[in-house]
Design a protein around this ligand. Structure first.
Ligand code: RP5
Length: 164
């Protein structure tokens, strides 16, 4: 199976990024994690994304806060799909990171999830890998069904309590 590459701009992003790692572990999807910054270590970030395909990665996740150019900088150097996680790490509550990540110019796409949306970033990465992996697609379907069952249970509890 192809690996997921996770890059974050700072180790201070780890509490958010760990939610993506948890989700990938749930699906037994192999991943690697790195701290590379578009601003502080641009050479390492560039080298990582330039060589990612040949190193067996199938999709990359980039998490960063503030002036969050990491996902875009990673996407600039690879044609692998790149998922951006805007991290809430500033006085602007992550809106700065959201706009910096999502507003990519035509030609260099970044699939941006919600602010701190690391679990969804991992799920999207799994969905991308599942396009060519039927077994992984089955696991996604089963997980989705289990989640639906949980929500229906909550609905039943609320209905019983308030609708008599
Ligand atoms: C961004 O600046 C990082 O992704 C992080 O979210 C934020 C703050 O970084 P530190 O100053 O905590 O290292 O580049």
């Amino acid at each position: 199976m192809k690996k997921v590459g996770i890059v974050m701009g700072s180790d201070s992003d780890l509490p958010v990024v760990e939610k993506a790692m948890e989700k990938l572990r749930d699906f037994d999807v192999p991943f690697e994690v790195h701290v590379y910054s578009a601003h502080r270590t641009p050479e390492q970030a560039g080298n990582f994304s330039r060589t990612a395909r040949e190193k067996g990665f199938g999709v990359l996740i980039a998490a960063a806060g503030k002036a969050a150019h990491l996902a875009g900088a990673i996407a600039a150097n690879t044609t692998l799909p790149v998922i951006g996680i805007p991290v809430k790490s500033s006085t602007l509550d992550g809106l700065d990171a959201l706009l910096s990540t999502v507003q990519m110019p035509t030609g260099i796409p970044v699939a941006t999830v919600a602010i701190d949306g690391a679990a969804n970033a991992a799920l999207l990465a799994v969905e991308i890998l599942a396009v060519t992996d039927g077994e992984l697609a089955d696991r996604l379907q089963k997980t989705r069904e289990a989640e639906t069952a949980k929500v229906l249970e909550k609905n039943a509890a609320v209905e019983t309590r308030f609708n008599g």
